[in-house]
Write a protein that binds this ligand. Structure first.
Ligand code: AMP
Length: 524
């Protein structure tokens, strides 16, 4: 593993690889813990090169905050990164990142009030709520340094924790507004066994304070429970948290608020989704935590290797549950139809990017009464047309374009906003719907998949292939699918594996349906 202190160094290293390899960046302030490690592991799975930046950013600390005291332990962090398979650490000096020396910035006690660098200012509506109320200038400091990191490293993806929900929302907005070409990946909060969210600042807590600190999550859990029982009103949800926290005498609440997790606008009630966020002090240590409340039916995400029966099973599960079968394949076909229809050459990636960024796909007539929904694109019913030979011939080339994939993932996520969706793919559970309530990884041995395919071909009257040839082809396809740059096959950590050898389609579907009902009946 390499360690770089300068932008010149890391850029030179990346210049040797970046044209062909995907870079994942995990920005941190060091003092790494298992929360950081979860981001690193996710980045490791999804990219060729993983960079962890370690920089205690002076711009994000206020004059009376813990900048001087913040734990700095590069050697220990390096060991953790090395073990986690990180390729390089970027640990710049203050002068390198904020263009001045730290004494000038912090030593005069002015902290982030006197930045001597160009500053990125996110929308006030996002920075003046929650932590922004007491941490004046904090999110400008974060936005400035994150922008610099993204510009210096130009990663394909950057990973941030949902623990810092306000930061995540602001960075998503920043990247969208400034058109920075990076995918921001939000990762779930990692907690200690007690429920306390992992944080570098937990090091400051005495054992008694640590004991009390679990109250934050208990309060949030109580709100989640009330929400699941039908409570959507802000005042009552906040009240539930407050009542629970009152039992933990050392906790000094700074705020408990209900906001929209994307815009951070305060909510009076949860319609589709809400974020309850807390900041509190234990002694002089400031801790934050949050929980997302989603008013939606569950999402079932089914991934797995080719030939494991995903699409047949997914269609059947959706039919039995009366949910939308989100036929992602049909969406790629619809875009292919649109490209062919518009007369754009199938290798004109730029023109296709323009076309797809403006297209609108809809599924019409889903649910129990309609097993096969119609698919519409830009106001045309293309249900039949997308099955044509011409579309079939071109669809994989079109689906391999990053711009097409990006737009369709966005539309799939938008269709899934209210839940009630069953979807299948290679990375539906890890990438498209990482917060799906039920994730299934459907698999079968190579032999079984070859046998099924063989039987299909025999049924179609094609008898000129051998089982061995099919096995070989399936193994090669598996390798290709798991190593491809765009949407590789991935099993989510929290997916339930179903080995389908010897099981019929109905048996597999029955299992998934009963897991779904079990999930629905689980208490919060
Ligand atoms: P920090 O070093 O505190 O700036 O955190 C670096 C990144 O790790 C941020 O994106 C945090 O949101 C994320 N992170 C910190 N703690 C956790 C946690 N307990 N679970 C998940 N992500 C976390």
């Amino acid at each position: 593993m390499l360690l770089f202190r300068t932008i010149a160094g890391i850029r030179c290293y990346l210049a040797q690889h970046q044209l062909t390899k995907k870079v994942g960046l995990v920005p941190t302030m060091g003092a790494l813990h298992v929360g950081h490690l979860s981001l690193i592991q996710r980045a490791r799975r999804e990219n060729d090169i993983v960079i962890v930046s370690i920089f205690v950013n002076p711009l994000q600390f206020g004059p009376n905050e813990d900048f001087q005291q913040y734990p700095r332990q590069l050697q220990q962090d390096s060991q953790l990164c090395e073990q986690a398979g990180v390729d390089a650490i970027f640990a710049p000096t203050d002068a390198e990142m904020v263009g001045g020396n730290n004494q000038e910035l912090m030593g005069n006690g002015q902290g982030n009030q006197a930045p001597i660098t160009t500053t990125v200012v996110p929308p006030a509506a996002m920075t003046s709520v929650l932590c922004g109320r007491s941490r004046i200038g904090h999110f400008q400091g974060v936005a400035t340094v994150v922008t610099k990191l993204l510009n210096a490293i130009q990663p394909e993806r950057a990973y941030f924790g949902e623990k810092d929900a306000q930061q995540l929302a602001i960075i998503r907005r920043l990247v969208a507004d400034l058109k920075i070409p990076v995918e921001i990946v939000g990762c779930p909060i990692v907690r200690e066994a007690s429920g306390l969210a992992c944080s570098s600042r937990n090091q400051y807590l005495t054992s008694q304070q640590r004991e009390q600190a679990q109250g934050l999550y208990q309060g949030l859990l109580q709100a989640e429970k009330a929400f699941r029982a039908g409570e959507c009103d802000r005042t009552r949800l906040v009240d539930v948290v407050q009542k629970k926290l009152a039992k933990f005498l050392d906790i000094e609440i700074e705020y408990i608020e209900l906001v929209d997790p994307n815009t951070l606008t305060p909510l009076d009630k949860v319609e589709d989704v809400g974020l309850i966020a807390i900041a509190a002090r234990l002694g002089s240590t400031r801790l934050i935590d949050n929980v997302i409340l989603r008013n939606r039916q569950p999402i079932v995400a089914i991934d797995g290797p080719a030939g494991a029966g995903k699409s047949t099973v997914t269609r059947l599960v959706a039919e039995v549950l009366g949910l939308l079968y989100l036929d992602t394949g049909a969406m790629y076909r619809a875009v292919t139809w649109l490209v062919l229809q518009s007369g754009i050459a199938v290798d004109d990636a730029a023109a296709i990017a323009e076309l797809v960024s403006q297209c609108q796909i809809r599924f019409v007539g889903n649910g129990k009464d309609s097993i096969s929904p119609q698919i519409w694109i830009n106001g045309h019913d293309v249900t039949q047309a997308i099955r044509s030979l011409k579309v079939t011939e071109q669809v994989s080339a079109i689906a391999a374009l990053p711009s097409v994939r990006r737009e369709l993932v966005r539309q799939q996520q938008s269709i899934g906003k209210k839940g009630g969706v069953v979807a299948e793919g290679r990375d539906i559970g890890t990438h498209v719907f990482p917060d799906a309530e039920l994730k299934i990884f459907l698999t079968a041995s190579v032999e079984e998949r070859a046998r099924r395919r063989y039987q299909e071909l025999i049924n179609q009257g094609q008898e000129d292939v051998s089982l061995e040839q099919l096995q070989q082809a399936i193994m090669e396809r598996d390798t290709r699918d798991s190593t491809r740059a765009l949407a590789p096959l991935q099993q989510a950590d929290d997916a339930i594996v179903i080995q389908t050898d010897g099981l019929s389609i109905t048996e597999v579907s029955d299992r998934i349906v009963s897991m779904y009902h079990q999930k629905l009946s689980e208490p919060g």
